[in-house]
Every structure is written in C-alpha cells, then in structure tokens.
Write a protein of this length. Structure first.
Length: 62
C-alpha cells in the first residue's frame, strides 16, 4: 500500500479517509448497473434447484 498512516495523524483524519473510500466504493457499485433489475440478493444466480454436483445415496440391492 502506498498510503501509510503517519504516527502524528489524527483519528478524525483516518475516519475521514475510510468514509471517503466507502463512498467511492458505494458509488462504483451503484454506477456499475445491475442486469437483474435491482433489489433482492445479488448472489443467487441460478434459482432454487439442487446443485448440479449434489450426490444422491442409493442403497445396494443384492
């Protein structure tokens, strides 16, 4: 990291920098544009079905 906090740096200055970074992050997230129409949980991509690699147990017969 190129930004190292100096020992004389005030706590308010550190909070201000973090707040500015958070605002930049939120602005980037809003401006990136979501194709799923907005609200809801963004992590769900495929739906409610079982995972494709889910194992099923079959008892041996015989």
């Amino acid at each position: 990291m190129s930004e190292n906090s100096s020992p004389g740096e005030s706590e308010d200055d550190v909070k201000r920098r973090f707040r500015e970074a958070l605002e930049r992050k939120q602005a980037n997230a809003q401006s990136s544009g979501r194709h799923d129409g907005g609200g809801g949980k963004g992590g769900h991509v495929h739906g409610h079905g079982p995972a494709a690699s889910k194992r099923t147990f079959r008892r041996k017969s015989g």
